[in-house]
Design a protein around this ligand. Sequence first.
Ligand SMILES: Nc1nc2c(ncn2[C@@H]2O[C@H](COP(=O)(O)OP(=O)(O)OP(=O)(O)O)[C@@H](O)[C@H]2O)c(=O)[nH]1
Length: 522
Amino acid sequence: MNFSCLLKLDLRRLILFLAVISVLVTLANGFYASYEVQRALLIRDSLAANRAYAAKLAETTDIVLKAAQDQLAYSADLLRDKMDDEQALMAEARRLHQQTDSFNSVVVVGANAVILAASPDTLGVKGLRLSSPNALQSLNAKRPLVTDPFVSPSGNYILAISHPVFTADGNYLGYISGSIYLRERNILANVLERHFHQDGSHLYVVDRNGTLIYHPEAERVGENITGNPVIEAVLDGRLGAETLRNSKGVDMLAGFAPVTRAGWGVVAQRPRADTLAGLDGLMLEVFMRILPLGLLTLSAIWLSALFISRPLWQLAQSARVMDQPGALGRISAIRSWYFEASRLKRAILKGAGLMNDRISQLHTDSHTDAPTGLLNRRGLEQALESLQLAGRPVALITLDIDHFKQVNDRFGHDVGDQAIGLLAQLMKSQARKGDLLCRSGGEEFLLLLPDTELAPALEVAERLRRQVAGQPVPVVGRMTISLGLARWAGDAGGIRQALKRSDEALYRAKAAGRNRTECAPE
Ligand SMILES: Nc1nc2c(ncn2[C@@H]2O[C@H](COP(=O)(O)OP(=O)(O)OP(=O)(O)O)[C@@H](O)[C@H]2O)c(=O)[nH]1
């Protein structure tokens, strides 16, 4: 990762970046959670619906079976005295077959397994003796029975609902049975298909052995299903719902319910993909609803980031150009509306103030003669330069203590220093505001009187000279000074020429006996 790139990120971008990332992560998380909840809800609802649907159809199937058994019981009761009356048997078989929609065919079988009557007539099985174990189920049971599927003597794949015929004193005479042709239109299909969904759902029915006795794909009827947990559960008599993968590898949401009367199981199922097909559209709708508020939030964050980072950004920009004029003014004008920015602004201003004071102090120190507090040589140079640049007229008074060497020699260097200090004080007391006082050498001084004509400057020089001469100097006694005066009128001649002329005037004053002022002609 390139960290230098990150370091260049400004606060606004950083806040924006963090806020946008957190908003997006929160939205994505919410979106994902919503997707998962919706998905679980759809699956749960579909499972519950299929369970209820399977239970409803199992109950309906049970009712149909009971009605069929009741019809057969009625006929069995009717035939108990007529089992040897061929006409009556045929009439009853026909009535039962034709009056109700319950059976595809009806047969009456004697105790000797011979078919005594059959309807429709086209079956052509009358007089046949049943022999296969499946066909003999009803005969052997001697009780109301729903048989396992088997191939009938007429060649149909059927299951039979039968009822025994007993004499009044309990002698077994045979049974009457209604057949359901499993691979043709039958009562079961009529009932089950009426409820069939068109949304990818389908249902099937298995008998107690797991053999399909109803399936929307007719060719699968008769197929035995093994290893299916749902079939195992429903044949165990349980009502419920489960997700499973069917024999074709399709994930299904299955509800199941037992048909207790026959020991069958009804399974209603729907492909999971069909159930979840609507979820994408749903989530798109959720997204579209989230979008406006999300965009609004992002805009609010962008504005907040701008608002929060603005004072710090302005402070940073101003701090970069602190050396430019007006920098402190610009910093003062920055609106630092919150605590940290306000503290930072104050700290910058305070730091800048301290720095300026320090610079100014250093500047003063480097231009000042420490013992006297007057401008030193560097200060003088700068003063001359400024005056020359401004073209400002100035009177220059150069002065020097007379016979100072003797003072030093007689009283010592320290006493000489004190005398120099006293002279500096007297010069300050004579100076007006705006005058510049310099110590240009050991015991040589210079007074610069800006905007001053020669005559008043001469007065100043004379007043100072008289004051020095009249002022007792500790240890030394009396001290005099000589002065040279010149004026620079701000012209092209140059201020240094004027300084030279004032030096020459001083020299003349010395030569003329000292304790006097000589004036250089303008
Ligand atoms: N005590 C002291 N003496 C200084 C200082 N600077 C220069 N001097 C001395 O001042 C004396 C200046 O002497 P000169 O310029 O030769 O002349 P002078 O004795 O003043 O005589 P004139 O100027 O001709 O009147 C020298 O002895 C320097 O050593 C200083 O800061 N302190």
